[in-house]
Design a protein around this ligand. Structure first.
Ligand code: AP5
Ligand code: MG
Length: 213
């Protein structure tokens, strides 16, 4: 299964993608995690984009395509793409890449949540620096600041400060949301309500997978 998970910051794209990876074996590709890794290991790209990420703005399409292409080209089986594409131009470039690689998308899952809900969630999020597992108020680690899975430390993301969250939401509504129509026109879009608990969302995703596969 090859799918995109689309939705505002904090709607649960990463959490849902990790569930899909664990349950159905599709590799989780988060362009946000890939870009944050470039920053963490201080590559030339990382040095260029650090400030952009921290402010909650989008990196250039060229850089986003660069980190993504490396990953997609090495994938034979399914993938779940989280945080890409982010605008119409990226979606067009991605279409070209898929044609070149002879890959066809099965589904674009839109996970929609209200701004109020995501702001509350992001204010309590922590992420493991090593395995990237995501924690939050409703999904806490057993020991605060320590990952249950690998024992590494969990941190608060730089862009989870109120000003950057506001900026990310603005960009989502203005730039990314038009992708809903883009993929709806291609008959690939399926929308789910991200405001609900994960206990409600995960079984719905399992049902969707059973239907689409
Ligand atoms: P990215 O890392 O993709 O961030 P984002 O889109 O802002 O989304 P988040 O990761 O904040 O939220 P999420 O939807 O994954 O939610 P999560 O599962 O963590 O991008 C970061 C930055 O990288 C961008 O701003 C940009 O600078 C750059 N970038 C990335 N891709 C790019 C691209 N293609 N082009 C250009 N720039 C790009 O959940 C959030 C919290 O809620 C957690 O605490 C979780 O435990 C909790 N939670 C999740 N679901 C639920 C639920 N149902 N109920 C209760 N709590 C829940
Ligand atoms: Mg995420």
């Amino acid at each position: 299964m090859k799918l995109i998970v689309l939705g505002p910051p904090g709607t649960g794209k990463g959490t849902i993608s990790r569930f899909i990876e664990a349950k159905f074996g599709c590799e989780h590709i988060s362009t946000g995690d890939l870009l944050r890794n470039e920053v963490a290991i201080k590559t030339s790209i990382g040095k260029k984009i650090r400030y952009i990420l921290n402010k909650g703005k989008l990196v250039s399409n060229e850089i986003a395509m660069q980190v993504l292409s490396k990953k997609i080209c090495s994938l034979k089986d399914g993938f779940v793409l989280d945080g890409f594409p982010r605008n119409i131009e990226q979606a067009r470039l991605f279409d070209e890449l898929l044609i070149k690689q002879k890959i066809s998308l099965d589904l674009v899952l839109e996970v929609d949540s209200d701004d109020k809900v995501v702001i509350e969630r992001l204010s309590s999020r922590r992420q493991c620096v090593n395995c990237k597992r995501i924690y939050g108020h409703h999904v806490p680690s057993k020991k605060v600041g320590v990952c249950d899975d690998c024992g590494s430390k969990t941190i608060i993301r730089e862009d989870d400060k109120p000003k950057a969250i506001k900026q990310r939401l603005k960009i989502y509504h203005e730039t990314t949301k038009p992708l809903v129509d883009f993929y709806s026109n291609k008959k690939l879009l399926l929308k789910i309500n991200g405001n609900r608990t994960l206990e409600k969302i995960f079984p719905q995703i399992e049902k969707i997978f059973k239907k689409v596969v």
